[in-house]
Design a binder for this molecule. Structure first.
Ligand code: NAD
Length: 330
């Protein structure tokens, strides 16, 4: 089956080519992102494969469907960038990779917490310059601190288990019940309680109309003074301007983000030779208590292997008329 990939990097080609030995699909790797201008490149491809920041809105879907695309295969878990009702109307089925390595994202979450707390990023630079002064590097014991997780799915629960290992009190909020909570020693509480009691708030829910700007002026006002805020989920969960206000008043003492609302224009590319035009992003970078990574939480070899395997299996199931177990519906 012909599959056109958008937005690919060398590592995508490597992992997908390896995994495809078991499937034998005809893979075409394009470096350009999918959008209104590039969708024509998928002409004749029954399957189009995209990533988190590709534009899959109604005009793009209409063009893809007109040009023969029947399946949109997301090589990621989130699907907030796809107009699902339009896809359904056009008869384009959508599949995703619901789980690959929750450990990859949970461990990156903890890496952000530890780096921000113990200032290892600043210590690394200081020591290389022969500066062994400790001023400004003081952290706090994670042991005994309260962490509030919003979203208790696969990643939230792995994060909870790791943080319990540090001796944290772990609170969690989800719109669904959490049968694993007792075994993990996780206290399921209200969203208000997470905001009021957590020393560290970490986001692990999807971006939906209900969770858009979940972190805003009102929710920040409910948080403890000096809170650490971590987002490895989706940028749109945070109202960035409100967070900047929180950082300026020092209500938020630490911010660690792997995702950013407007990341589509920045992330996954080398922008080092360019003038970055996003003033909000540049304001965030100006705080020394803000740590930003460029959507790399998923980026482990185990996760890439899993993504390639599940995506190609989704495509093979479609080709063979099997039930699409990872289908996403409107
Ligand atoms: P999951 O589907 O297993 O869990 C998500 C949980 O969020 C579910 O339990 C769901 O009930 C809950 N939820 C939904 N709406 C909610 C709300 N309004 N309030 C509180 N909880 C709510 O997903 P997962 O595999 O744990 O992934 C979580 C998120 O992580 C994904 O949606 C994705 O956006 C993000 N992610 C980021 C990366 C990265 O590289 N940074 C990689 C993978 C996933």
């Amino acid at each position: 089956m012909k599959v056109t990939f958008f937005n690919t990097k060398a590592y995508d080609k490597q992992f997908f080519t390896e995994a495809n030995q078991a499937h034998g699909h005809q893979l075409e790797f394009l470096e350009v992102p999918l959008n209104e201008n590039t969708c024509v490149l998928a002409k004749g491809a029954t399957v189009v494969c995209v990533f988190v920041n590709d534009t899959v809105n109604a005009p793009v879907l209409r063009q893809l469907a007109e040009n023969g695309t029947k399946l949109l295969a997301l090589r990621c878990a989130g699907y907030n960038n796809v107009d699902l009702p339009e896809a359904a109307q056009l008869g384009v089925q959508v599949v995703r990779v619901p789980a690959y390595s929750p450990y990859a994202v949970a461990e990156h979450t903890v890496a952000l917490i530890l780096t921000l707390n113990r200032n290892t990023h600043r210590a690394y630079n200081r020591v290389r310059e022969g500066n062994f002064a400790l001023n400004g590097l003081m952290g706090f014991d994670l042991h005994g601190k309260t962490v509030g997780l919003i979203g208790l799915g696969k990643i939230g629960l792995v994060t909870a288990r790791i943080l319990k290992g540090f001796g944290c009190r772990v609170l969690g909020y989800d719109v669904q019940s959490c049968p694993e909570a007792e075994e993990i020693g996780l206290e399921v509480v209200s969203l208000d309680q997470v905001f009021a009691e957590a020393d560290i708030v970490s986001l692990h829910c999807p971006l939906t109309p209900q969770t858009y700007h979940l972190i805003n002026d009102a929710s920040i006002a409910q948080m403890k003074k000096g809170v650490m805020l971590i987002n490895t989920s989706r940028g749109g969960l945070i109202d960035t301007q409100a967070v900047i206000r929180g950082l300026k008043t020092e209500k938020i003492k630490y911010l660690g983000i792997d995702v950013y609302e407007e990341e589509g224009n920045l992330f996954f590319e080398d922008q080092s030779g360019k003038v970055i035009q996003d003033d909000v992003f540049m304001r965030l970078l100006s705080f020394n208590n803000v740590l930003i990574t460029g959507h790399q939480a998923f980026f482990t070899s185990e996760a890439l292997h899993g993504i390639a395997q599940v995506t190609l299996q989704n495509i093979t199931d479609f080709e063979q008329g099997q039930t699409l177990v990872n289908e996403v519906k409107a």
